[in-house]
Write a protein that binds this ligand. Structure first.
Ligand code: KG4
Ligand code: ZN
Length: 358
């Protein structure tokens, strides 16, 4: 049984962020101590994709290639360590953009082979799901997880590392997609979530009554596709109306942004409360990019307080994609004996990959 610290390097490249991080398990792979983030570095491609209104996969892959080695150097410098300090190299194996994933997997395997270290591919959503374990207030198992990213909206029952049971998920658009598509219609650019949330701060969330599909009943599934049609219809009405203030309907647009955010947040909060009730669990973990939304956090905090439920979030800067969550997921998998890192350097990626099947 090893008691020397185990240092895991994580590389994330599944979409439009290149992330590299070094996480340490203080007591080695078999210890029980919590993993620690030693250093991480991140490059967001948002500026590059903004001109196209969304992620261009080919450009994303090429940019990951340019960024991964400088970010690796930055991470090691931040930790004050050299390459020889890396014990295991982890990378995002999926889900995500195939070309983008291949860059991270290729870099990780090449590096591991050169260093003669084992390598481990991890699930991107598992990274999000476990990311609150790096926060100052880490959760304890079991808990209900609300995973809300640009591509996924899922409620899971989590009994331990690798013990994930899907309770419900979106049947069409993800919550992040609903934010992004509504923001695009409002001319707010990409990525729309943070921009729509900012505009919503100046609006009245009750101004427009937008649909809250599948809100009633016992189902834990979500549906957000109808929302974008409703936003589109409402926007057309606003644009067709007289612009008395001559301001391009600025207030109505802010009201629509606030009403859209309110609709998405209400559904996410209600379904999370239902999942807690159905499972009888008293702990909620919120992860993924939409988890950075302030309104969502405020409403979840209020509802959880009323029900005596503890709610945990990742640190704000670790809500969206990053390398730290990938290094962490690998470290926790190794620590719990749920995975083995191997000196096997041929690799594949899983652009579509179900977390419950990992
Ligand atoms: O987890 P993430 O970084 O990437 C994926 O794995 O998809 O999530 C990105 C999503 C985008 O849809 C983005 O608009 C949304 O998270 N997002 C937000 C906020 N910050 C990021 N949505 C609402 N409010 C925010 N503050
Ligand atoms: Zn993500």
């Amino acid at each position: 049984m090893s008691t020397a610290p185990l240092r895991v390097l994580g590389i994330e490249s599944s979409c439009d962020e290149t992330g590299v991080a070094l996480v340490e398990l203080p007591e080695g792979a078999a210890g029980a101590a919590a993993p620690r983030l030693l250093a991480h570095a991140l490059h967001s491609q948002i500026d590059m994709h903004q001109a196209y209104g969304g992620v261009v996969p080919e450009l994303a892959s090429r940019d990951h290639i340019r960024r991964v080695v400088p970010l690796l150097r930055e991470t090691l410098a931040g930790a004050g360590l050299g390459l020889e300090a890396v014990d295991v190299v982890a990378h995002t194996r999926g889900p995500g953009l195939a070309g983008a994933l291949l860059v991270g997997a290729g870099a990780a395997c090449a590096l591991a082979m050169a260093l003669d270290r084992p390598v481990l591919g991890v699930h991107h959503l598992e990274g999000h799901l476990l990311s609150p374990f790096l926060s100052a207030d880490p959760p304890e198992f079991p808990f209900v997880a609300l995973l809300v990213s640009g591509g996924h909206t899922q409620l899971m029952r989590v009994d331990g590392v690798g013990r994930y049971q899907l309770l419900g998920e979106t049947i069409d658009d993800a919550a992040g997609e609903a934010f992004d598509k509504s923001a695009k219609m409002l001319g707010l650019g990409y990525p729309g979530g943070p921009a729509l949330a900012r505009l919503a701060e100046q609006g009245n969330p009750q101004a427009y009554r937008l649909p809250r599909p599948l809100l009633r009943g016992d189902l834990l599934d979500f549906s957000f596709a109808g929302l974008k049609t409703a936003v589109w219809t409402q926007l057309a009405k606003i644009d067709a109306g007289e612009d008395m203030a001559g301001d391009g309907h600025a207030q109505e647009r802010a009201d629509l942004a606030a009403s859209t955010q309110a609709a998405i947040v209400e559904v996410l909060v209600a379904k999370s409360m239902l999942a807690l009730k159905q499972t009888g669990l008293k702990r909620l973990v919120v992860a993924g990019g939409v988890g950075a939304n302030r309104q969502l956090r405020a409403d979840l905090d209020a509802q959880c307080r009323r029900r005596g439920v503890r709610v945990h979030y990742p640190e704000l800067h670790l809500c969206t994609d990053n390398g730290a969550m990938i290094a962490l997921a690998a470290a926790m998998r190794l620590q719990s004996g749920q995975a083995e890192a191997r000196r096997q350097y041929d690799f594949d990626v899983r652009p579509r990959w179900d977390l419950a099947s990992v």
